[in-house]
Design a protein around this ligand. Structure first.
Ligand SMILES: [Zn+2]
Ligand SMILES: [Zn+2]
Ligand SMILES: [Zn+2]
Length: 216
């Protein structure tokens, strides 16, 4: 169908009527939405949280701050918040929905529910976030690690190359080795009796000690 100018105007009128009927019959939209989208303020929202690093997936009711139709802050536990330091403000669509990925790769979906909620799931959200942070933080250096590893790559590498006897780092150690080359050498070539050096004595006693023993 070719749209004539008259048809076009008519459909505009119909569209306008539909929109205004829609908002008249919906208190929610009248209260929170103006021509620029959501009115600035604090809203109750459902937050769907997914952490691909740990597999944590959960949803919470939390208060969020909206400015210029963008979610700028998510309020959580003990007056803390997730703000622009961790994500860019996200614009809400006409259904009050937006989604974003934080600087740490955590995925959030936000759905505005209505006016500021009196009770929220801040505590469980905070606990989940802290647990997730812990499971991807290296206990040795504090850097990011995979949740299924005990330490980050660098620390794991360092631990594997640290001698359990003298504590020195030996990059030639295999991950299955317990001791550095020096200790390995010392253990292999040190007489267990006199402490003297003899090649490949391997925890036994040296020839001198053997001779002395035979003399008795
Ligand atoms: Zn580390
Ligand atoms: Zn050593
Ligand atoms: Zn000896």
């Amino acid at each position: 169908m070719i749209m004539t100018k008259a048809n076009f105007l008519l459909s505009l009128v119909i569209l306008f009527l539909t929109v205004s009927c829609g908002s008249n019959s919906n208190d929610y939209e009248e209260e929170f939405i103006d021509e620029n989208g959501y009115v600035d303020g604090t809203y109750c929202a459902e937050i769907n949280y997914y952490n691909p690093n740990t597999g944590t997936r959960s949803s919470y009711n939390l208060n969020v701050e909206v400015e210029s139709n963008e979610v700028t802050t998510i309020y959580w536990g003990n007056g803390g918040w997730l703000d622009e330091d961790h994500f860019y403000p996200e614009e809400l669509d006409s259904d009050g929905y937006c989604s974003f990925t934080s600087d740490k790769g955590y995925e959030y979906e936000i759905q505005i529910l209505g006016e500021e909620c009196t009770s929220t799931d801040e505590t469980s959200f905070q606990n989940d976030l802290e647990n997730d942070n812990e499971s991807v933080t290296c206990p040795k250096c504090g850097d990011v690690k995979d949740s299924y590893d005990e330490y980050c790559y660098n620390c794991q590498d360092e631990i594997e190359h640290t001698c359990r006897r003298c504590g020195q780092i030996d990059n030639f150690m295999f991950s299955t080795d317990d001791y550095c080359g020096d200790c390995e050498d010392e253990l292999e070539n040190t007489c267990s009796k006199c402490g003297g050096h003899e090649y490949n004595v391997n925890g036994g006693i040296c020839d001198d000690c053997k001779e002395n023993e035979e003399d008795y």
